[in-house]
Design a protein around this ligand. Structure first.
Ligand code: ADP
Ligand code: ASP
Ligand code: MG
Length: 404
């Protein structure tokens, strides 16, 4: 069998853990399997590198930022190959560039366009365990790009698809995918299985256990993804097409996200083309906008509020201020003290009253809803950041998800 295994940052945080990972990988290889191992940067390395470069520049040049961040995973890949060799196994490390992960040119959040798996195949056929630096690729110009926070998940699933691996195992610091982040909802339960579309919505809504783009790959190529603990052998959660192993429930899970900020533009003229002006300028800068609310005020003007990722906030503010000036709008303000809480479930599409239950639950907790957005299988609200844990717990209970 061909195994693709991915170990996250906390699983390779120090020498002992790297040796632990090496033992686990070696076990799969010794059982006669071919193994490709994707690793993340050790512990908080990526955050530390960001802090470091920010000491030199408020807005570091994106090309250099990506070169810098990519080094974290290269360290892990080299150390893991070394640990494996020290244990007597044949192992070789590869960077994203070496294995031909081609991406578009959007630094800090590049998308994989193509993988040439031939080099990995060659090494596997020679009997090597291949350790791969996650989270990175190379654009058309040959420059290093990174895939967005949590991007090693996407490296793993994309490689599993390219290699037609039998399974893609995501080893992490929790036992699997839970009905909510177990760190803020203690009553959360581990799910034996979850459908791609539900996992995609949870991930998009902030459940950081899997990067959302990895689930898009998984669904597209039918990769069987097993999310499990790197610290013990227990079964985790299978991410797969809906069906086997999945309980019929109205709500599969609750997600929260504290990585967004709200921008409010007041007193913009009420005429066609205004929203296009503001959001067009943001799109040109590749800044994605999440929740949008427009409210009409007196005297033919509107207030427009929307959320963007915190990492994009400072750039977004500059762009929105310039656009607002051009169209003759009023003030532009930012609020970082917000959070998004979402409920997700495929069955939601066939049931009425789900939104009402959600809003009633939040009202009973005296949690004010600032903005609302929905998809067919998700409802999200923007609330005060200070109440995010209360909101997640209350919704988890209200929709019957608490472990008994
Ligand atoms: P890794 O470094 O292994 O990639 P991450 O920190 O990116 O790990 O993701 C694992 C974390 O995701 C967990 O520690 C947990 O706090 C968080 N998390 C958020 N939502 C969920 C969920 N629904 N199920 C499991 N973990 C979740
Ligand atoms: N090291 C990167 C991050 O912290 C990528 C990853 O861990 O998947 O976001
Ligand atoms: Mg992660």
């Amino acid at each position: 069998m061909l195994f693709v295994q991915k170990f996250g940052g906390s699983s390779v945080a120090n020498v002992e853990r790297i040796q632990n990972v090496a033992r686990r990988v070696a076990k799969a290889a010794s059982a006669g399997n071919q193994v490709v191992v994707i690793v993340s940067a050790m512990g908080d390395t990526t955050d530390d590198l960001i802090d470091l470069v920010k000491k030199l520049s408020d807005r570091p040049p994106e090309r250099e930022y990506d070169v810098l961040l990519s080094t974290g995973e290269i360290v892990s890949a080299a150390l893991l190959a070394t640990a494996l060799q020290a244990m007597g196994h044949k192992a070789v490390s590869m960077t994203g560039t070496q294995i031909g992960i081609r991406t578009d040119g959007v630094y800090t959040k590049a998308k994989i366009v193509d993988i040439d798996a031939s080099r990995i195949r060659k090494e596997l056929d020679k009997g090597f365990i291949v350790t791969v630096a996650g989270f990175q690729g190379m654009d058309e110009r040959g420059d290093i790009t990174t895939l967005g926070r949590g991007g090693s998940d996407t490296t793993a699933v994309a490689l599993a698809a390219a290699l037609k691996a039998d399974v893609c195992e995501i080893f992490t610091d929790v036992d699997g995918v839970y009905t909510a982040d177990p760190r803020i909802v203690p009553a959360a339960q581990k799910l034996p299985a979850i459908a791609y579309d539900e996992m995609l919505e949870l991930a998009t809504a902030g459940a950081r256990v899997m990067q959302s783009r990895s689930i898009e790959f998984g669904a597209k190529f039918g990769v069987r993804i097993h999310v499990r603990s790197s610290f013990h052998e227990g079964e985790g959660t299978m991410i797969q097409s809906s069906g086997a192993g999945m309980e019929q429930v109205l709500i599969r899970g609750v997600a929260h996200d504290t990585e967004e900020a709200k921008i409010t533009v007041t007193d913009v003229p009420d005429r066609p083309g205004i929203a296009a002006e503001i959001f067009g300028a943001l799109a040109d800068a590749r800044i994605s906008v999440d929740v949008i609310v427009q409210t009409a005020t007196e005297n033919d003007t509107n207030d427009i509020s929307f959320t963007v990722g915190k990492a994009d906030l400072s750039r977004a503010l500059d762009i929105v201020k310039a656009a607002t000036k051009k169209i003759g709008g009023g003030d532009v303000a930012a609020d970082e003290n917000i959070a998004k809480v979402s409920i997700v479930g495929v069955a939601m599409a066939q049931h009425s009253g789900v939104a009402a239950t959600m809003f009633r639950t939040l009202a009973a907790e005296k949690i004010n809803i600032q903005m609302i957005t929905t998809s067919e299988i998700r409802i999200s609200v923007i609330i005060d950041k200070a109440r995010v844990a209360d909101a997640a717990r209350a919704l988890h209970t209200a929709f019957g998800l608490d472990k008994r």
